[in-house]
Design a protein around this ligand. Structure first.
Ligand SMILES: Cc1cc2nc3c(=O)[nH]c(=O)nc-3n(C[C@H](O)[C@H](O)[C@H](O)COP(=O)(O)OP(=O)(O)OC[C@H]3O[C@@H](n4cnc5c(N)ncnc54)[C@H](O)[C@@H]3O)c2cc1C
Length: 583
């Protein structure tokens, strides 16, 4: 079980699209994926839902549409299939009395990835999403059994690669990688059809009269076709992100779904606060980019950053956290009404989130290399993390990786398992000062990693977005070397993400990190900024320890401060803002 849940995100990266593998997982985990509830469990479940009858051949769940909820079968049979919307109907399972239809989408009322149809008359109990979350909390053992099944079913769908949106384009095209990366990091099943070689892709391109210059296209389960969409457009089409409820005041709005933000969300929501989390990329933050975290407590064999973050993301959804991903917070301002101070977060798409308190958990963004033509290779040949998607592109090739920290070390070791050779380029005299000892040792032991210290990249050569060679210089000797390298990885540190705080009066330190506690103003809580009710946690906070465990710890710690702040201010679910923008 542990292994399957742990591999959740690796599977999301499209490591396996073979149905044999999925069948193997289904066989091995069949009882956990498709459990039969005891009559007493069905009785407990009934409390949370409503009974309903269906005639033969009725559609209970449609791919691309939000399902009415988790569907427990009292009598009759329900067949679950995938791929119907794209003409490749494949049976996943036939549920019988005592079993239930549903997967992770039902937990957060997102559009379904599969279809379910009655085979003959059926009697069911439908548990709507909000009641399903109540069930998980109130009936812990039954909730655990259901949650495990929902996660394993998502793993099965990720593996099968036969549900969710279909991306059609050239497999190494920057925009295909961008969309694929986004869906993979969102743990959303999808398929990529190569427009160059896949006959099905060619047929679809002709059918929709798509000019090859307009690729990639994305076919969504609801029947919509998108032409090279942005992540936000795609997310809205597939129902991953929903419109913000403009009338609602959340107790807390959290900017950033990295380890700090997700931890704060889990603890705040589990303690009864209404929470919304925003992230402009995908959940996981920098931690999601880590191929293997070995220093996080409780995982002696290590865990991939995405696997750890996917667990946290599901956990937050279980407690009813509203996820707005991808949505960017662009401006923080403050308003007041009769019940006190309110915060407003403007989003990139003109929507506004209203909350009584704000937690800034926006972490840091990767530094770019100071090389003139870098931008033309980004997205296709210059990478800021090393997931299985990037590793696949580098199979059997030489790659260059710049950096000397733990993230660079992890990525080098990971890429060395796929690439023919990894050139690890570091500006300093050695890796010892900046990299953990265990990684330095591991790199030494890896015959296909060559470390070049006192070295910097001087130029990139290539055309039409395709990198052909990388040139570097030894800073001590001045000697220059050029190698035929098509993929360059950059792990050269990060700067704080504080753009949304510009003009809101929150004070930053000299490097742009958010000041908190006494460093911000005398008498402040350790994680509170100089603005009452605005807190900062994780990597974005001045003086924080840049580690996953530290970010998670601050996420837990800030909830006590939030409770104290909210209790002191009083006031519950609120009314309209009367004065806005006092900043
Ligand atoms: C490749 C790599 C490997 C690492 N390995 C390890 C390791 O092995 N062990 C370890 O302890 N640490 C490791 N780290 C460091 C660790 O990942 C970070 O310390 C940790 O992720 C910080 O968490 P955070 O939540 O504070 O910020 P982040 O993880 O940076 O998350 C911040 C989130 O905020 C979002 N965001 C930013 N601005 C906005 C905005 N305006 N609106 C909406 N969303 C926004 C971002 O998209 C991001 O998802 C690694 C880092 C990297 C890059």
């Amino acid at each position: 079980m542990e292994e399957d849940l742990g591999s959740f995100a690796d599977l999301a990266h499209g490591k396996a699209t073979m149905s044999e593998l999925r069948n193997r997982i289904i066989e091995a985990r069949h009882d956990q994926m498709f459990p039969t509830l005891a009559p007493a469990d069905i009785e407990r479940l009934r409390r949370f839902g409503d009974a309903k009858s269906y005639g033969s051949g009725e559609r209970l769940i449609s791919a691309g549409q939000v399902a009415p909820g988790l569907i427990a079968i009292l009598s009759g049979k329900v067949e679950v299939t995938q791929g119907r919307e794209f003409g490749r109907r494949e049976i996943i399972v036939t549920h019988e009395a005592g079993q239930f239809a549903g997967e992770l989408a039902q937990l957060s009322a997102r559009p379904s990835l599969v279809d379910a149809e009655s085979l003959g008359p059926v009697e069911v109990v439908i548990v709507p999403s909000d009641r399903l979350r109540d069930l998980m909390v109130q009936e812990a053992d039954l909730g655990e059994l259901i949650m495990r099944a929902l996660i394993l079913r998502r793993v099965g769908l990720l593996e099968s690669g036969a549900s969710g949106p279909v991306i059609i384009g050239e497999v190494d095209q920057a925009d295909v990688l961008r969309l694929q990366g986004f869906l993979a990091r969102s743990a959303l099943p999808h398929r990529v059809l190569d427009s160059q070689s896949d006959p099905c892709a060619k047929t679809l391109i002709e059918r929709f009269h798509v000019d090859s210059h307009h690729l990639p296209i994305v076919l969504c389960s609801n029947g919509k076709l998108l032409r090279n969409p942005g992540e936000n457009e795609l997310a809205r089409c597939i129902g991953l992100v929903r419109p913000i409820d403009a009338t609602k005041f959340y107790d807390v709005a959290i900017v950033g779904a990295g380890p700090a933000g997700l931890a704060a969300a889990v603890y705040a929501a589990s303690e009864g606060l209404s929470v919304i989390v925003l992230d402009y990329r995908a959940f996981g933050g920098q931690a999601g980019a880590s191929s293997r975290i070995e220093n996080y407590l409780g995982f002696p064999t290590g865990i991939s950053g995405m696997a750890l973050m996917a667990r946290a993301y599901n956990q937050a959804q279980k407690f009813g956290v509203e996820m707005a991903i991808p949505d960017e917070a662009t401006r923080l301002s403050e308003g007041t009404d009769e019940s006190g101070r309110r915060y407003l977060l403007n989003l990139g798409n003109d929507e506004v989130v209203r909350a009584r308190a704000i937690v800034v958990a926006s972490g840091a963004r990767y530094r770019r290399l100071d090389v003139g033509n870098l931008a033309q290779f980004e997205g296709s040949c210059v990478h800021y993390w090393a997931s299985p998607i990037e590793a696949r592109l580098c199979g059997g090739q030489e790659v260059a990786l710049v950096g000397a920290g733990n993230s660079a070390g992890q990525a080098a070791v990971y890429l060395a398992s796929r690439a023919a050779k990894v050139w690890l380029l570091a500006r300093g005299d050695s890796l010892d000062a900046s990299m953990s000892r265990y990684l330095v040792e591991r790199i030494k032991a890896q015959p296909n990693i060559e470390v070049l210290t006192r070295t910097e990249v001087t130029s990139l050569e290539g055309h039409e977005g395709n990198l052909e060679s990388v040139r570097w210089r030894n800073r001590a000797s001045g000697e220059e070397t050029s190698r035929p390298i098509r993929h360059l990885f950059l792990f050269i540190g990060a700067d704080p993400n504080t753009d949304c705080l510009v003009g809101c009066g929150v004070t930053l330190d000299q490097k742009g990190f958010v000041r908190t506690g006494a460093d911000a103003e005398e008498g402040r809580h350790a994680l509170e900024t100089n603005r009452h009710g605005v807190f900062a946690i994780g990597d974005v906070r001045s003086g924080s320890v840049k580690r996953v465990a530290a970010a998670v710890g601050e996420g837990a710690q800030v909830v006590a401060a939030l409770h104290a702040y909210l209790a002191a201010r009083g006031g519950g679910e609120a009314v309209a803002v009367t004065g806005v923008g006092r900043v």
